[in-house]
Ligand binder design. Structure first.
Ligand code: ADP
Ligand code: MG
Length: 690
């Protein structure tokens, strides 16, 4: 049966090479694709609304005969064609109207029967159906597929009719269902009252009732989650089998470092430090995700954990996403304490200096290495790497992330992100990682006051900025510069800078920082700003992560509508780092609903978890997680946002199966194994080689 599933649709009755080509446009190549091409919606054709009972503003399905048809151009615009068809049933008649689809007229013949489904709207005194979906019914061949039941409606290309596609699906189901064997283990199904595969496929296409459709849907969504979880769990199990480093975390080094800090750790920081410490002391390699909002103090947590490793004689490495950040961390850590030796490896460190660092690292004379992706180069060799910290993981690809740990004997890994998502969702989506969460901000932080202005209210925004400068504070003005329109944006940023400098902020000291400046120039500008030699830093998105300047209390974001939500939140995190009241002013020109939703989310929410949830809602999980979470984009019907409970159950079940039979060798799991390998061929290695 499994093989039969993968037979080309071309060999089905009624589908020749020509039809097969049509279907391939829908991404349908083999029988399985066809059966998993689910309806877009269902139409209840067990009974139709009589025309006399059509209600305004509601979607109605009617069955009627064509009485007359006509076409005219719009009164206002001559080129705009309106197709009108009058249809009637025993109870009355109604007009159906389509706009600018001149070819439609030829579709309809007077006397023919139609099923129409669309919203009734008032036009003058009369109700009409605007652009209804329709299907022509040939009375003599009315079949039970198209009438008298819940009828599936598919997303189809121009020229392929619903009734044709329905017939193809039905034929395929008839042929295949008797032969289908379910790859979900029987136990799993019965524990969770899930339909078997045949029943689910039948009822997703031709449901007996809406209840049956719902159950079919639940089974198929479960199946998607289940398959998606298997490799994650498998990877986690594999990792726990490996021998890593059992760090001795009982030393005094970390404690001494904590004493040098100018603040007290929050309870939440202490809690995650404890979790990480426990994990590090186990002999299995750690893979832990540390989530926490921008400014919640993840960096200091990771440095403390580095001290745990260093205390036991190991080295630690910290990879930051940008040059500026790496340098900022390096300078801060080296100046804060004299307990350990540190090194900086980035693109801008001179060759001579770098060579000295590399030698010392290799000899074990440096304990903590901080850098950018320059760390991934081959020249960097550790004496005994014990901990890898990766900051802002989403800035690195999975491949890049995997490289650094290879520089040591299964070192522990701490991956940090300021794009937090609800813990339960994180556990399931990043299923191969353990998760720690900082859910508390350092004391004394006030939420940043966020104000949304339209772009012509710039003057008001700058008024607020001048107020802040008057208090001796500093400000950022952010200008979007994106890859796709780089030259244009850059010119815009420079113009904006020149205008502010000689206009609105004449007399103040302004600097312009952007990604095309040399590392040296960027570094100098940042330290000028830090040392208060500048009042305002006009910046492109290089500011996005981690810059830490507590005296900057105000940020204006120009063209805020062009930024993504998490980007806006990251930017806003650059202010509100001290105890003074801070402001973030969004200047925008909102043209799309989505942009409006993003700006609203920024004004309404200040914490990263809510922001991430909003972002997930606005963009949907596929977009939100991007291709990096590859499995996710393959989810066709399951939605981790709305079906979190089902996702959790699927994860538990996947766990149960794999913990008993990690290589899927048992007879009852053989179909499952095939399915998994077909989906993720790369798991062959994991499953076979012990
Ligand atoms: P994140 O990396 O999570 O965005 P950082 O680690 O950069 O946050 O911390 C932001 C700022 O808060 C830094 O200046 C840091 O020194 C400071 N900080 C960290 N923890 C605390 C704390 N418990 N109390 C006060 N300030 C803190
Ligand atoms: Mg950080």
């Amino acid at each position: 049966m499994e093989n039969y599933f993968h037979v080309s649709v071309q060999y089905l009755k009624g589908i020749g090479p020509k039809r097969a080509k049509d279907l391939s446009k829908l991404g349908i190549a083999v029988i399985e694709d066809l059966l998993y091409y689910f309806p877009r919606r269902y139409e209840d054709r067990t009974s139709f609304t009589p025309i006399s009972e059509i209600k305004e503003g509601q979607v109605q399905t009617i069955k009627a005969k064509v009485l007359a048809k006509g076409q005219r151009s719009s009164f206002r615009r001559r080129s705009f064609v309106i197709t009108e068809v009058a249809v009637g049933d025993d109870s009355g008649k109604v007009y159906c109207v389509w706009f600018n689809q001149p070819y439609l007229k030829e579709y309809f013949q007077v006397g023919e029967s139609l099923i129409l489904s669309g919203k009734a709207e008032r036009y003058g005194k009369k109700l009409q159906l605007n652009s209804p979906e329709f299907e022509i019914i040939k009375e003599e061949e009315e079949t039970s597929l198209d009438l008298g039941r819940l009828v599936p409606v598919y997303r189809l290309p121009e020229g392929m009719t619903q009734r044709y596609f329905r017939a193809v699906i039905k034929k395929t189901l008839d042929e295949c269902l008797p032969k289908i064997q379910d790859f979900l283990p029987f136990d799993t199904r019965s524990r969770n009252n899930l339909f078997n595969l045949a029943k689910a496929l039948l009822n997703i296409h031709f449901p007996e009732s809406f209840e049956m459709q719902k159950e079919a849907y639940r089974r198929l969504a479960f199946e998607e989650f289940f398959i998606f979880q298997l490799p994650l769990i498998l990877r986690k199990l594999k990792r726990k089998e490996k021998t890593g480093i059992a760090h001795n975390t009982g030393g005094k080094l970390a404690e001494d470092y904590i004493k040098t800090l100018p603040f007290k750790l929050t309870a939440s920081q202490n809690k995650v430090i404890d979790e990480i410490r426990k994990d590090m002391s186990l002999p299995q390699p750690m893979q832990r995700l540390l989530q926490g909002d921008v400014g919640s103090g993840k960096t200091v947590v990771s440095v403390i954990c580095a001290f745990f490793a260093i205390d036991g004689g190991y080295q630690a490495v910290f990879m930051a996403p940008t040059e500026i950040l790496a340098r900022q961390h390096y300078e801060k850590i080296s100046s804060q304490q004299k307990l350990i030796k540190t090194a900086l490896i980035t693109g801008s460190v001179s060759k001579k200096e770098k060579d000295v660092f590399l030698k010392k690292i290799k000899e074990g004379k440096v304990s903590l290495v901080i850098g950018t992706h320059a760390l991934l180069e081959e020249g960097l060799v550790f004496k005994n790497l014990g901990l890898v910290v990766i900051d802002e993981q989403h800035k690195f690809g999975v491949g890049q992330r995997a490289l650094l740990p290879k520089k040591g004997p299964n070192p522990d890994c701490l991956i940090m992100t300021a794009t937090p998502i609800p813990r339960t969702l994180a556990i399931t989506l990043y299923g191969d990682l353990d998760v720690s969460v900082i859910n508390e901000m350092p004391a004394g932080r006030k939420p940043v006051k966020t104000i949304s202005f339209s772009k012509d209210q710039e003057a008001r925004a700058f008024e607020i900025v001048r107020g802040q400068l008057g208090l001796g504070h500093q400000a950022f003005i952010v200008y979007p510069v994106i890859e796709e329109s780089f030259a244009l944006d850059m010119a815009g940023a420079k113009k904006c800078f020149a205008r502010l400098k000689s206009g609105e902020f004449k007399g103040f000291k302004l600097g312009l920082i952007h990604g095309k400046l040399s590392e040296e120039e960027q570094k100098n500008l940042m330290s000028d700003f830090r040392n208060k030699n500048l009042d305002i830093l006009v910046a492109t998105t290089v500011l996005e992560v981690g810059i830490d300047i507590p005296n900057a209390t105000c940020m204006v974001i120009e063209h805020a509508e062009r930024f993504g939500l998490s980007q806006l939140h990251q930017l806003r995190g650059r202010v509100g780092r001290g105890s003074a009241e801070s402001y973030c002013i969004l200047l925008s020109d909102i043209k799309t609903e989505e942009a409006g939703a993003r700006i609203k989310a920024m004004v309404d929410h200040s914490d990263g978890f809510s922001i991430a949830e909003e972002d997930l809602k606005i963009r949907g999980p596929g977009e939100f997680f991007g291709t990096r979470q590859s499995g996710l984009t393959e989810l066709k019907i399951a939605n981790p946002l709305t079906q979190l409970q089902l996702l959790k159950i699927a994860r538990e079940e996947a766990n149960r199966v794999l913990s008993v039979d990690p290589k899927l060798l048992l007879h009852q799991n053989s179909l499952l194994k095939n399915k998994l390998l077909q989906r993720f061929p790369e798991y062959e290695k994991l499953m076979i080689v012990g």
